[in-house]
Design a binder for this molecule. Structure first.
Ligand code: GLC
Length: 520
């Protein structure tokens, strides 16, 4: 285990900075706030932080519209605050991963301001300009092309019109963006999570996407067409390998790619000879229906598809998807946590998952997310999973002295970090135990996974390594189950008090109960 790169052993904790901890009373989280909460993360037992974008931004998409790749937005603090954070993170033996947003800039970025100023501006070709639009649709609904009246040309925006797409076929764009990566790498950041990696290169002939026969009224207009020509193009892999090369100039850093693709396509992002992304994000568990059969198939397919030597990774939630506790219910989310921590590879958890945080219903007139504003009422909004972290039971839950930018929600207030800390029945206690176990038992990180199957609604598999063998059982049936298993003892259970229980030939599991058994 010691010879594994740090990121292979890591449990990464994603922070959505607007919602983690406010330090100046403006109701929006910031870098000094994160710094104040580092000891909580050490106590929790995670290894690395990934912080969603903190760069200067008009915040049309809350930081995913970057106006300067080498700065800090004043909402989040100053460059000094960043340097302090990095130092404090490293002093505690943690790692810091930044979010890099290469597909598009803000329309306020000086590059785009220049680019749109005239057809013959030297930066014109830094973005994607066409005389005629094609049928490509924005991920936030509507055409992905915006007419710029002055020069009577259209520019491409895969997201908001305030987020024009960069032209990565232009070597000058590549050089400038790679230099931005180097700026942070030189400071000592430990890696990047790359936003929408699979979208960065588009068809050079701008062919129309074919219609999607499965499109149904009420879905996002993005679904009207199959993304054949504006996503996952063959040339992307060379670009990812080059990006990886930039990180490799600095030693053991990690390149994580945000990629929503079917498993077979996803695997290409590890690259030829694994020279692509270290971790193409595996979102299979985010999208999988939560039944034993579906989960076993999903996990099995992913493991089977991994290229030789490729390192697996798993995610239950992020800032773009409903929270796991809301998706499957709090009880099953405990089983989900135990399942997650029993899988091989790198894990990423989303802030608040460790508390069992739930989505918060946002009244329409309090909507913040542009995805919801542009296509209201069809489930596109991401505010519910971005609400402030509840630290204690005070008015703003210790998140802010002021009015939080999104409501905290009663359910989340009730499971705040403070009251969860010493409650053995809390989700937090379960997460702390699972994190501790994962550190103590490398077999959970890097041991083989075998005998994955479902019996009677119970997921079962075995993790093993030289001399150690753990049986994992997750009961997703609606009734209690008695599961035959070899002799051993329970070393982790969704019912924490069962730890240490001896197992002879069978274990009794209540619905949504899950356990790790060390076989003797
Ligand atoms: C990614 C981000 C999402 C953002 C989009 C555009 O999917 O995770 O939050 O809106 O890219 O940058």
């Amino acid at each position: 285990m010691q010879d594994l790169s740090w990121w292979k052993r890591a449990v990464v904790y994603q922070i959505y900075p607007r919602s983690f901890q406010d330090s100046n009373g403006d109701g929006i989280g910031d870098l000094a706030g994160i710094c104040r909460r580092l000891d909580y993360l050490v106590d929790l037992g995670v290894d690395a932080l990934w912080v969603s974008p903190i760069y200067p931004s008009p915040m049309a998409d809350f930081g995913y519209d970057v106006a300067d790749y080498c700065g800090i937005d004043p909402i989040f603090g100053t460059m000094q605050d960043f340097d302090d954070l990095l130092e404090e993170v490293h002093r505690r033996g943690l790692r810091l991963i930044l979010d890099f947003v290469p597909n598009h800039t803000s329309d306020q970025h000086p590059w785009f301001v220049e680019s749109r100023s005239s057809r013959d501006n030297p930066k014109r070709d830094w973005y994607i300009w066409r005389d005629q639009p094609n049928d490509w649709q924005s991920h936030f609904g509507g055409s992905a092309w915006e007419l710029d009246a002055a020069a009577r040309q259209y520019y491409l925006h895969e997201f908001l019109k305030e987020q024009p797409d960069l032209n990565w076929r232009n070597p000058a764009v590549k050089a400038a963006m790679f230099d931005a990566l180097r700026f942070w790498l030189r400071k000592g950041v430990d890696g990047f999570r790359v936003d929408v990696m699979w979208l960065m290169i588009k068809d050079d002939q701008f062919r129309d996407n074919p219609p999607n026969p499965a499109y149904a009224a009420g879905q996002s207009t993005r679904n009207k067409f199959l993304p054949v020509y504006d996503a996952d193009r063959p040339e992307i892999h060379e670009l990812v390998a080059e990006m990886r090369g930039v990180l490799d100039e600095f030693g053991d850093r990690v390149l994580i790619g945000e990629i929503y693709l079917p498993v077979q396509r996803l695997m290409h992002y590890y690259g030829q000879e694994l020279r692509g992304a270290n971790l193409p994000f595996n979102f299979q568990l985010l999208q999988c229906p939560w039944t034993a059969d579906d989960l076993v198939r999903t996990i099995g397919d992913y493991m089977a598809a991994l290229p030789e030597g490729a390192w697996p990774n798993w995610v239950l939630g992020n800032h773009d998807n409903p929270r796991i506790a809301s998706r499957i219910g709090v009880r099953k989310a405990r089983a989900g946590a135990l399942l997650l921590f029993s899988l091989p590879g790198t894990l990423t958890i989303y802030y608040g998952e460790e508390l069992g945080m739930q989505d918060v219903l946002i009244p329409p007139d309090e909507t913040q997310d542009p995805a919801e504003k542009r296509q209201p009422g069809i489930g596109m909004g991401r505010d519910p999973e971005r609400t402030p972290m509840p630290w204690d039971a005070s008015r703003s839950c210790g998140f802010s002295e002021g009015q939080p930018w999104l409501p905290i929600g009663d359910a989340n207030r009730a499971v705040n970090a403070g009251s969860s800390r010493n409650d053995p029945g809390s989700m937090l206690s379960l997460y702390r135990r699972l994190l501790q176990l994962r550190r103590a038992e490398p077999v959970l990180v890097s041991g083989t996974l075998a005998n994955l199957h479902v019996a009677d609604g119970v997921i079962q598999f075995v993790r093993s390594d030289a001399g150690k063998e753990f049986a994992i059982l997750v009961n997703l049936a609606d009734e209690a189950r008695r599961v035959a298993v070899e002799a051993g003892s329970i070393i982790a259970c969704t019912e924490l008090s069962r730890e240490g229980e001896a197992v002879r030939e069978a274990v009794h599991l209540m619905p949504a109960e899950a356990a790790i058994i060390a076989l003797s």
